[in-house]
Design a binder for this molecule. Sequence first.
Ligand SMILES: Nc1ncnc2c1ncn2[C@@H]1O[C@H](COP(=O)(O)OP(=O)(O)OP(=O)(O)O)[C@@H](O)[C@H]1O
Ligand SMILES: O=P(O)(O)OC[C@H]1O[C@H](OP(=O)(O)OP(=O)(O)O)[C@H](O)[C@@H]1O
Length: 231
Amino acid sequence: MTMTIALPSKGRMKEDASAILERAGLKVLAIGNERSYRGRVEGRDDIEIAYLSASEIAREIGNGTVDFGVTGEDLVREDLVDVDKRVEFCARLGFGHADVVVAVPEIWLDVDSMADLGDVAAEFRARHGRRLAIATKYWRLTQQFFSRQHGIQLYRIVESLGATEGAPAAGQADIIVDITSTGSTLAANHLKILTDGVILRSQACFIRARKPEHEGDAVVADIVSRLTSAL
Ligand SMILES: Nc1ncnc2c1ncn2[C@@H]1O[C@H](COP(=O)(O)OP(=O)(O)OP(=O)(O)O)[C@@H](O)[C@H]1O
Ligand SMILES: O=P(O)(O)OC[C@H]1O[C@H](OP(=O)(O)OP(=O)(O)O)[C@H](O)[C@@H]1O
């Protein structure tokens, strides 16, 4: 059967994703010009390449329109319900590292842990007349972490699509959930990560859509074994 592998068409994972396929013996070639959104693999008529953005890859794997993909674990876990039923994480690829974290203003001297934050959330309405506001684009991960893992229910999520770290200083939210790699954006915005505030340690992954027709398919087995042995 012909299998489609989705690769990032732009952004920080693009080059490393193609390089890892090449190391696995799957050399990606463009079809047409540089702006084309399809590619092929040298010597393999049974594999197609689809170029999509990192977050589209998570979604397309979720609905099964592509068979394999390279994208960040954070995007997959944020975008998909029942992720482990729908997606197999075949390999962690060793690039694209970023932590999804809970960060609060540095001046909150008494708040270092999620338990401390739970106390703040509980008192917040009485003190300020409204719920604790969290700026994030990671709705699902935030709700799972706060409500299910830490039993914190009194908060409100403020959707942030960019410059999330600036939201507390701008008065749009009290705290944030966002990704960090070097930590410099958090520091520049006078935010600190809670001691147990790492929600997910993310990196680029090679993932597969769990589909019944993949069972016993030789191309699927070949792709998975090449990728896992290339690392
Ligand atoms: N410093 C960082 N900032 C943002 N994302 C990072 C960082 N380091 C690694 N990543 C990871 O990169 C992935 C997002 O990649 P990128 O920002 O290149 O995508 P994109 O092209 O903007 O995609 P989309 O437009 O779909 O969001 C995420 O999985 C994220 O965890
Ligand atoms: O911990 P650091 O190394 O400072 O990195 C974290 C920052 O990098 C990313 O933003 P970026 O400027 O790359 O833009 P993006 O959100 O559009 O990807 C991310 O959204 C954080 O704001």
